[in-house]
Design a protein around this ligand. Sequence first.
Ligand SMILES: *Cc1c(COP(=O)(O)O)cnc(C)c1O
Length: 395
Amino acid sequence: MKIYADNAATTKMSRSAIDAMIPYMENVFGNPSSLYTIGQEAKEALEDARERAAKCLGCEAREITFTSGGSEADNQAIISAARIGEKKGKKHIISTKFEHHAVLHTLKKLEMEGFEVTLLDVHENGVVTAEDVANAIRPDTCLVTIMFANNEIGTVMPIKKIGAVCREKGVFFHTDAVQAVGHMHINVQEMNIDMLSLSAHKFHGPKGSGILYAKKGIRLTNIIEGGAQEKGKRAGTENIPGIMGMVKALEDACASIDTYTQHLLPLRDKLIAGLSEIPHSILNGDRQQRVPGTVNFCFEGIEGESLLLLLDDKGISASSGSACTSGSLDPSHVLLAIGRPHEVAHGSLRLSLADDITEEEIDYLIKSTKEVVEYLRSMSPLWKDLDSGKRPHVI
Ligand SMILES: *Cc1c(COP(=O)(O)O)cnc(C)c1O
């Protein structure tokens, strides 16, 4: 059996998204800035796509900027709010310890420029509350940036409440919604969101396409300088095929959220129940407050990397954290943020499901993981110490 269970890293493109791109590579390949017909056709398609994307998010077309993905959107949102803030003498930013590195590294850069950054602790259940945010806001706070759903453990933040706190205090609120868009209902107006980042390849669209939503009135700062594309806020010839594929995938995903959730929830819960049967294992993140497809466990006494390689031999593509940090031997900053000790954080497994997963595949995931964990433990000197009581179990 072959199972791709790493949809939080990237997804397979849908047929309809691919089909939506092809005409813009074969026929309507013009530059939207050109005045002749095929240029203007591309321009019309671009503006139509902007309208359609806006409809999916509950905003206006002029509030949509097309970017090269989630990372760029995160960078631009944070830098823009920082530039607006510093003009008013406000140089304090609030975020969390378990953001994506696109956020954390941008904040690091601002810190070196003299901004002060508060990274909120994350509760053991993988959630940051509106109260945590309210307590951290200061008169000089210019931005709160908190992810909608965490990419490693799948927990979902109370975004609407956090947004309400920020509105009340007059602080910009940005959310990295890369793991949530297309997987949950999102309306930026109803949820009090000032800026939002999304990425097409996390919902069956193409890689290298994303959106930054910024509420009208927020002046964006250019990250990429050059021509006057995207109202002068994002230079570079527009990636029309990518944008067409992204918006098609976004429409499809948003239209099928209810059926997607109905199908996935019982299977996800079955997976959680099955993996929980493994002794000395622990689910990372709240059992309920999570996106429908992502499950993350720690198994004591094993190494995540060995687990992944052996699962790969069984035809299962999984991850032990985020794709961005794999290859490094440091334990996940997300698992450390929710309080897992280093040695436990090393033994993590993330399974992120697509909506076409079947019950037989879930059974196979459970069976294979059980076998591999048992096999690795049978060879581990560390596990022998734990098993014999020489070292105490942590979980
Ligand atoms: C994937 C991801 C990103 C980065 O998006 P790209 O389009 O790959 O740049 C940012 N934030 C989160 C939470 C992600 O999962």
